[in-house]
Design a protein around this ligand. Structure first.
Ligand code: HSE
Length: 470
């Protein structure tokens, strides 16, 4: 929009001045001219909330006040946009709400807040006529939130397969490519600054469940809580698994998977997406259908997964992230890039600030609201049907293989292949790698429990699900 008069600058209050906060301040300063040209007015940093004003920083704040008082930003009527880059739920969620109630637009990179409280916060923003943007909460600089909010809106999204944790993808890439075992690969990721000193959130798949909850909520216009996402981490994998997976034509990735399963009415049938699109966020949406088979269901899970070597996701290595989406109209689309780091994340934050500025210029807010269509039931993991990879050590004597096959057979699981790999003569043990035909998770879990109790099974080493990408 071209204006003849010179509109006043847009004033930013920044909450948090860590790696990403520093990156955003640097970017706003370095590209001030280009940004002002883009939006027709300048952006000024009015105030920054820091925890410790005495801490040394890579560069001085170019402008604006430093404060330790959040109220000096949240309650300042001169501030138009609050940029929240503190991370964590407390106190960030409350600060975001307070900013909204004070009619400030919010840009946040906070996956914890948006995964657990995003639907409520977006509704609160609607009620107060302000915007909440959160592109940087998933996948760093990779455009994802805007893609689901806007670009793929004509589609019914069927599936999302994502590599959304760079630390684990780095570790798995090292294990696959160089035969490094889990412990040394983790230590290396820590020494390079990818993994935290406490790597639990990454290694156990927790970080990925939060990101998947955000993506699945957007993709299916529902509310998925991170706690509802089935989760397994990568710590049980061994270098041998990567070797055997490669021989079988697979790579192992920590995949975040979301799928929509049409109910008896069928996806897209009248009533299948029944509630008016903008209703229901405050009260949790439509009550869960009493007849679950009539409703669409969603599947959300994060776990190490064998994926065919020839699909694009299999080639995503190192700290890179990628998100593969399948929609009814667009077919398959893939988003790839750096999922973390000051510059990629700042790219997403500043793009959100620019978007908000355009809305301020146009005098609108919530131009593209989050359309919450009600809570879709989550399909329990027990009902998953997929192929499985199982590696186990057994007693190396006649009849043991038959015994193992019998256990799977008793649970209606058909074995597609069974290969004896290593042997350990001193322990009279042999290592078996079994691939099954599609089987139900409940039957696989029951089989594993039975196998664990057999005296001839020395160790149940690994069980991985195989994703077909049909
Ligand atoms: N620790 C995350 C990762 C980045 O390794 O991808 C922040 O979400």
């Amino acid at each position: 929009m071209t204006r003849l008069d010179a509109p006043p600058p847009i004033r930013i209050g920044l909450l948090g001045f860590g790696v990403v906060g520093g990156g955003v301040v640097r970017l706003l300063s370095q590209k001030a001219g280009a940004i002002a040209t883009e939006i027709g007015r300048s952006i000024v940093l009015r105030r920054v909330l820091v925890r410790d004003p005495g801490r040394s920083r890579p560069f001085d704040l170019p402008e604006g006040d430093v404060t330790t008082d959040a109220g000096a930003i949240l309650d300042d009527p001169e501030i138009d946009v609050v940029v929240e880059l503190m991370g964590g739920v407390t106190p960030a969620a409350e600060y975001i709400r307070r900013a909204i109630r004070n009619r400030k637009h919010v840009v946040t990179a906070n996956k914890d807040v948006m995964a657990t409280q995003g639907v409520d916060i977006l509704q609160l923003a609607r009620e107060h006529g302000v915007d909440v943007y959160y592109e940087a909460s998933v996948g760093g600089g990779i455009p994802l939130i805007g893609v689901f909010r806007q670009d793929l809106v004509a589609n019914e999204v069927h599936q999302v397969h994502a590599i959304i944790n760079g630390t684990t993808n780095y570790i798995l890439s090292r294990m696959a490519g160089d035969g490094v075992d889990f412990g040394p690969a983790l230590a290396e990721a820590q020494s390079l600054g990818y993994a935290e000193s406490d790597p639990t959130a990454d290694v156990e798949g927790i970080d990925a469940t939060y990101k998947l909850a955000i993506l699945a909520s957007l993709a299916f216009r529902t509310q998925v809580s991170p706690a509802a996402v089935y989760r397994e981490g990568i710590a049980r994998l061994r270098a041998a698994d990567f070797r055997y997976a490669r021989e079988l034509g697979y790579v192992i990735k920590l995949l975040a998977i979301a799928k929509r399963h049409p109910g008896a009415r069928g996806a897209g049938a009248p009533g299948a997406r029944s509630t008016p699109l903008t209703q229901g966020a405050r009260d949790g949406g439509a009550p869960p259908p009493t007849d679950e088979t009539a409703a669409d269901e969603i599947e959300v899970r994060v776990h190490p997964t064998l994926v065919p070597q020839d699909i694009l996701l299999a080639g995503v290595n190192g700290v890179f992230n990628a998100v593969h989406v399948r929609g009814d109209l667009v077919g398959d689309v893939l988003f790839y890039g750096r999922g973390a780091g000051a510059e990629p994340t700042s790219s997403a934050v500043v793009a959100d600030i620019v978007d908000v500025a355009h809305n301020i210029n146009a005098g609108v807010a919530n131009r593209i609201p989050f359309h919450y269509a009600g809570r879709l039931p989550i399909r329990p993991i027990d009902r998953l049907e997929t192929r499985y990879y199982v590696r186990l050590w057994v007693a190396d004597r006649p009849g043991v293989l038959g015994q193992i096959a019998q256990v799977f057979g008793d649970h209606q699981i058909s074995i597609a292949s069974c290969i004896q790999k290593e042997t350990d003569p001193s322990a009279e043990s042999a290592e078996l790698v079994i691939i099954t035909h599609p089987a139900r998770e409940a039957d696989m879990q029951a089989s594993l429990s039975t196998l664990e109790a057999l005296g001839t099974v020395r160790e149940l080493s690994t069980m991985c699900r195989i994703e077909a990408f049909a």
